[in-house]
Design a protein around this ligand. Structure first.
Ligand SMILES: [Zn+2]
Ligand SMILES: [Zn+2]
Ligand SMILES: [Zn+2]
Length: 84
């Protein structure tokens, strides 16, 4: 099966204001949603850490919960704190 990604991007009418274009955890595009969600948008928001890296909220929550001690940013390895 051949999936036409260019066409899919063309019909997306909104984007998040993120520096990176893909989530560093699930590698899915920020204008899509995380693997646990079916539809992109407000139900699958992006969240920023104090290191200014952005991830899907669901991805970073899973990541933080999987850590036995202080969670670190998967991208830069600094201590992860949610940005206010
Ligand atoms: Zn993600
Ligand atoms: Zn999600
Ligand atoms: Zn980071």
């Amino acid at each position: 099966m051949k999936v036409n990604i260019l066409q899919w991007h063309a019909v997306a009418s909104w984007t998040w204001d993120a520096q990176d274009e893909t989530c560093g955890i699930c590698r899915m595009a920020f204008d899509g949603c995380c693997p646990d969600c079916k539809l992109p948008g407000d139900d699958c928001p992006l969240i920023w850490g104090q290191c200014n890296h952005a991830f899907h909220l669901h991805c970073i929550l899973k990541w933080v919960n999987s850590q036995t001690s202080q969670a670190h940013c998967p991208m830069c390895r600094r201590e992860w704190h949610f940005k206010d």
